[in-house]
Design a protein around this ligand. Structure first.
Ligand code: 0O2
Length: 208
């Protein structure tokens, strides 16, 4: 398997999506005081993780393009839960890719405690051999959900996917605490956004 050639279009998709999502963020910043996008990241899944996941899910090489949907992955991190749905609706109505599946792990959290909104998309990339449709995953989550998922991911790595039950229980409690934080912040969203508007106006005055 020539992984470099295989992954090249996936890498192109990640770069193009990052540019487009960051551009959305800039546009929000020009046009309003609040951007629902805090930051955007992206990565191509490392070959070792691809192979691990293929073994774990019994995916054969010939099915990799259809069955492994997160080889190209981008993440949009938001301040508030409402922002996630705002971004999701905007992405679903775009014409430059097709949303083929939605996974709402916010209303349907995972057993681990994981929360996030996933869009699986089919993204057309231009290659020197013509257009190719590449499957990619867009994860949309709040800062609190991201904090939890990043820590849980690290622990999964440390324990090679077998986190001790005691730690799993703590993680589940932490996931609920993170969600409670999101709920509490939602209640003072208007106050926070007022403060952001004031801060932006004062900054503009100072910079004139
Ligand atoms: P990495 O290292 O981020 O690439 P499955 O792997 O079976 O749970 P599936 O069917 O591949 O899930 O799709 P799904 O549910 O959309 O999950 C894909 C990605 O979502 C995962 O990729 C993680 O990035 C994230 N994710 C899903 N569940 C969890 C979770 O319980 N905890 C954390 N921290 N992240 C999760 P990978 O390949 O697992 O990892």
């Amino acid at each position: 398997m020539n992984w470099r050639n295989f992954l090249a279009p996936y890498s192109q998709v990640v770069e193009e999506l990052k540019v487009k999502l960051k551009e959305m963020r800039s546009q929000f910043e020009y046009e309003s005081s609040h951007s629902p996008i805090e930051f955007v990241t992206g990565r191509v899944k490392p070959v070792s993780s691809i192979i691990d996941k293929m073994n774990r899910k019994n995916i054969h090489m010939e099915d990799i393009e259809t069955d492994l949907q997160d080889i190209a992955g981008v993440r949009v991190v938001c301040q508030f839960v409402d922002d996630i749905y705002d971004i999701m609706h905007r992405l679903c109505s775009r014409n430059d890719f097709e949303v083929i599946e939605e996974r709402d792990y916010i209303n349907h959290k995972k057993e681990s405690g994981y929360r996030s909104y996933h869009l699986i998309i089919s993204y057309p990339v231009e290659t020197i051999h013509g257009e190719r449709k590449i499957t990619a995953e867009i994860q949309i989550r709040t800062l609190a959900m991201n904090f939890w998922a990043t820590n849980e991911h690290t622990l999964n790595y440390k324990y090679e996917g077998r986190i001790p039950v005691k730690v799993q229980d703590r993680l589940k409690r932490a996931a609920e605490a993170a969600f409670k934080l999101d709920e509490e912040m939602a209640k003072i969203k208007d106050e926070i956004q007022d403060a952001q508007r004031m801060f932006k106006t004062n900054k503009q005055i100072r910079e004139k």
